[in-house]
Ligand binder design. Structure first.
Ligand code: SIN
Length: 296
């Protein structure tokens, strides 16, 4: 793994400089680089109270842009309020293969003693096999194992900024193929039967975030299969390097769930990895996912 510091100082300079104070929420960073816990918000009230919502919503938006993933504790919301919270950020995305609970946009997150594995293992951004992958995901966990089941998040601006200038130049303008083949066991439930119909998309290897204007690495181990226009063995080598580079703990935070916690992450600049280390216990909740734009 490359060293990220040296005689010239750290190659990564984080954006965690304190900006203007927040007025309607409190924001406590988990690490200087990624993640913040938000207090002073009751999401159930926020979605029904129109008069209060705009100011707080603006600050929640800002906290997400500044921290890439934000966390809320002790939230007591119904599935309808969860969906309504998601809709405040945009139209809702329907997962092409994952099970839902009543509403197609209410994705079920569930693992217990009978599960062969849990959703979301391995580093990924959600559904990057879509032409317009989700901008964000809002996960509400209602039941937690006594230990384990944490989710890790990694900052893809930081990963990009820490690359050498030569590597940045090399990656500039390249696109990569993302495909959703790993959901293959689940498509049949949703009417997709043949391999040719599995979703896939080509996206820039480095994308520019539409809100912050910053560049972020946009390849991930879950979906990205190869870089277009270069020999396959070269693509394999470059992707192997990038996946290893972006998994550096320097770019990460780790969230320890409690019942009734929410994590809201920005898929355009963060990756996540759910730990499946709690068998035979149960972990359960729902994810509401907000549609995004075509990456550029
Ligand atoms: C996911 O990828 O949405 C699952 C994340 C988690 O269960 O922590």
């Amino acid at each position: 793994m490359s060293s990220l510091s040296g005689k010239q100082g750290p190659r990564y300079r984080h954006m965690a400089e304190d900006g203007a104070p927040y007025e309607t929420i409190a924001v406590e960073k988990l690490t200087p680089i990624i993640g913040a816990e938000i207090t002073g918000v009751d999401i159930g009230k926020l979605v029904s109270d129109k008069s209060r919502s705009n100011r707080q919503m603006d600050e929640i938006h800002r906290a997400l842009a500044e921290n890439l993933v934000i966390f809320f504790r002790d939230q007591h919301i119904s599935p309808q309020q969860h969906l309504a919270f998601g809709r405040k950020f945009g139209e809702l995305h329907v997962h092409p293969a994952a099970p839902n609970d009543g509403d197609p946009a209410l994705m079920k997150i569930y693992a217990d003693k009978d599960s062969p594995r849990a959703n979301g293992e391995g580093w990924h951004t959600d559904v990057s096999c879509d032409l317009e992958p989700p901008m964000g995901s809002i996960l509400y966990i209602k039941q937690c194992p006594p230990r384990g089941g944490d989710t890790l998040f990694a900052n893809m601006y930081a990963a990009y900024e820490a690359l050498s200038d030569r590597m940045k130049t090399y990656l500039d303008g390249l696109t990569a193929r993302h495909n959703g083949e790993h959901y293959r066991g689940q498509y049949a439930n949703y009417g997709i039967k043949d391999k040719e119909s599995y979703p896939y998309a080509d996206h820039p290897v480095v994308r520019t975030h539409p809100v912050t204007g910053r560049k972020a690495l946009y390849v991930n181990g879950g979906f990205t299969r190869y870089i277009n226009g270069i020999p396959r063995d070269e693509s394999d080598g470059i992707l192997r390097y990038l996946f290893q580079h972006m998994a550096n703990p320097l770019f990460q935070c780790r969230f320890r769930w409690q019942e009734n916690s929410i994590a809201f992450w920005d898929n355009r600049c963060a990756q996540h990895h759910a730990m499946w280390d709690y068998w035979p216990h149960t972990r359960s909740g729902h994810r509401v996912t907000v549609k995004g734009d075509r990456p550029v």
